[in-house]
Design a protein around this ligand. Structure first.
Ligand code: FE2
Length: 264
């Protein structure tokens, strides 16, 4: 029996996944594709069987600095700022840095296990190929917590009392790759890549890890008196790291040795 008064559900605290379908020049796409194949070379996967080849585990983690990816770099710059503004950030109080950028190539039978990127704040993925069907492997995004299952772990399945695939209790959301698609999401979000079930097609994507800091300070930028007394005082938003140009590395001593009691 329906209740006498209509119940309304409000969905609170949404995870902001951004997606935009880019339209690369076919020549730009071909150049990127060839560059990715060249970067992978003879390597076929990561050490674990069934895992895609990910450049970050093979020293190929700064490809945004390479000429074939200049077009994509500019698109990411534009879309990252659009995303941040849409989330309510004040651009004048931020600097954004590409910390790492690497290819992920999944051959048939390969995928990427569940993980997140604790080293970064914002992550982006660009799909070099894909037909939107998901057969070559979907990006699988997991909620931080499934609070609507009420009883922790109840929505795992196995004949439990919650309807399978109910949108308010989904254990994950799959996003099918499509050539030219760019997605952005918080780096703290657990994600995976499902198995490439194509017969022959190599799934190709490019990942970006970005970090937010305070803007370049006047002292680091060389403004005003440069390295004068003003360089010792910085005004930054309380919870943002200062700009990396303001950091001071502490070099490890050349003769560092550990005593038997574990003390240096
Ligand atoms: Fe990832």
């Amino acid at each position: 029996m329906a209740p006498a008064f209509e119940l309304q559900l409000r969905q609170l605290f949404p995870l902001a996944l951004a997606q935009v379908q880019l339209r690369p020049d076919p020549l730009d796409s071909a150049v990127m594709l060839q560059a990715l194949l060249h970067l992978r070379g003879e390597q076929q996967g990561n050490p674990n069987p069934g895992y895609a080849w990910t450049g970050d585990l093979h020293g190929v983690a700064q490809i945004h600095r390479l000429a074939p990816f200049a077009w994509l770099n500019e698109q990411v710059r534009q879309q990252v700022w659009a995303y941040l503004l849409a989330l309510g950030f004040d651009a004048s109080q931020l600097a954004v840095h590409i910390q790492r950028c690497w290819p992920v190539l999944s051959a048939p039978g390969q995928g990427v296990g569940r993980h997140h990127h604790p080293n970064a704040h914002l992550s982006a993925i660009y799909y070099v190929n894909g037909d939107g069907s998901g057969r070559s492997g979907c990006l699988r995004l997991y909620p931080h917590r499934q609070v609507n299952e009420l009883v922790p772990g109840l929505a795992v399945g196995h004949g439990g009392p919650i309807a399978v695939d109910h949108p308010l209790n989904a254990p994950w959301v799959d996003l099918a790759p499509e050539a030219g698609l760019l997605v952005l999401f918080p780096s703290s979000t657990d994600h995976a890549v499902t198995c490439n079930d194509e017969d022959e097609e190599l799934r190709m994507s490019i990942s970006f890890d970005l970090v937010l800091t305070a803007p370049l300070s006047r002292s680091a930028a060389g403004a005003g008196s440069g390295s004068g007394p003003g360089s010792a005082s910085l005004v930054t938003p309380e919870y943002l790291s200062p700009h990396p140009s303001d950091w001071t590395p502490l070099l490890a001593p050349a003769d560092l040795s550990i005593r038997e009691d574990g003390c240096p």
